[in-house]
Design a protein around this ligand. Structure first.
Ligand code: ATP
Length: 363
């Protein structure tokens, strides 16, 4: 059983001047694929390195398969890590690179080691590269070797630190599928760090979203997209980003109207109004609405001007004068010209409201 459990994990650097990870609690199930995302410097790599045993936590505990490994060195942990820069030994052949970990951490004989390397090479489709040196390989081939080297030891936990960042877009997509296939076939527990939105959304069972070393939300990608628990998650997950408007709530006793003081006036249904009264005592919110949920209308809604129209094939992105970077993602046949006036609106079921003061979602 390769569950990974982090309990109030904390990591300080520079005598506490930098807190890279703060009070992180996380339960990763056996065989689960978890992706860690967040802005640069939020503590993704530090978290991964602590799980690998390459970095010692300042406090808190790490359990792998139920066993407390907090004070156990990297070599004694049943984990393998795959890095962005492949970390291959340049003077060793592919075979020797893949065999090296087995030599160091097992007492398998030569024949058994060869068998395992050949098995892993076959899994990765690199049987014909075994006698090559890393500098004779392409980026994609090097990453296959790095993956092969990781699986050869058959670890229970795989840790990936932005493994595809050095590859071109097409190869990244291929390798993404490859990693998912491996994870399924080998039934390993995987923790995957990336800053690539698409990679994060497509590859995992659950997303872990960090900011400033602190956990923001854990959930299935679609849940975090549809129900961000705070404004940061709403803005971070999804591209183009969620639109935000600062609004005040005016209650006439039956219905609440949200206004931004600059032309947006959105009347909620009595049911939604009642739910909002129940959920929050505040009258100041940030209204979040995703670009694909903003649509144009002939009557009603809010009048605004189109600044820029950006065709992306299936859809057009309209950059609206409502706010900087306020985007409506509309069908490709909706083609206003820059400078044109349009009316936009959205369904109340698509709105996310966040408390202005705390950024927490109102549920
Ligand atoms: P990126 O996406 O840019 O790789 P990250 O989310 O992986 O960022 P970390 O590398 O974990 O972030 O860094 C978290 C914080 O800890 C940052 O402020 C970083 O500067 C700091 N940090 C990381 N390693 C060290 C170190 N060895 N010494 C001092 N500070 C460090």
């Amino acid at each position: 059983m390769a569950t990974v459990t982090l309990d109030t994990l904390r990591k300080e650097f520079d005598n506490g001047r930098v807190v890279a990870v703060e009070g992180l609690d996380l339960d990763i199930e056996d065989g689960e694929f978890v992706t860690v995302v967040g802005p640069s410097g939020c503590g993704k790599t530090t978290t991964l390195r602590m799980i690998a045993g390459l970095e010692r936590p300042t406090s808190g505990t790490i359990r792998i398969g139920g066993e407390d490994v907090t004070d156990i060195g990297a070599r004694q942990r049943d984990v393998a890590m795959v890095f962005q820069n492949y970390a291959l030994y340049p003077h060793k052949t592919v075979f020797q690179n893949m065999e090296f970990g087995l030599r160091m951490s097992t007492d398998l004989g030569k024949g058994e080691r060869r068998e395992k390397v050949e098995w892993a090479a076959e899994m990765m489709g690199i049987e014909n590269l075994l006698e090559d040196k890393p500098d004779e390989l392409s980026g994609g081939q090097k990453q296959r070797v790095a993956l092969g080297r990781a699986i050869v030891r058959e670890p229970e936990v795989f840790l990936f630190d932005e493994p595809l960042s050095n590859l071109d877009a097409k190869l990244r997509t291929t390798m993404r599928t490859e990693i998912q296939r491996l994870q399924n076939e080998l039934d390993i527990t995987a923790v995957y760090v990336t800053h690539d939105q698409e990679e994060a959304m497509t590859m995992c069972d659950r997303l872990v979203i960090l900011k400033d070393g602190e956990l923001q939300q854990v959930g299935a990608p679609k849940d975090t997209y549809d129900h961000p628990e705070n404004e940061f998650v709403g803005g971070f997950i999804g591209s183009p980003s969620m639109n935000f408007l600062d609004v005040a709530a005016e209650d006439d006793g039956t219905r609440i109207t949200l206004t931004d003081g600059e032309g947006v006036s959105y009347q909620l249904s009595p049911e939604y109004s009642a739910a909002l009264r129940e959920a929050s005592t505040s009258d100041q919110f940030r209204l979040g609405i995703r670009p694909e949920d903003v649509y144009t209308t002939d009557t009603g809604g809010t009048q605004t001007t189109v600044d820029v129209i950006e065709p992306v094939g299936s859809d057009n992105y309209l950059y609206l004068d409502l706010r900087p970077d306020f985007i409506a993602r509309v069908d490709a046949d909706v083609e206003p010209s820059p400078g044109d006036t349009v009316r936009i609106t959205f369904d109340e079921s698509k709105i996310r409201l966040f408390e202005r003061e705390t950024g927490d979602a109102v549920d």
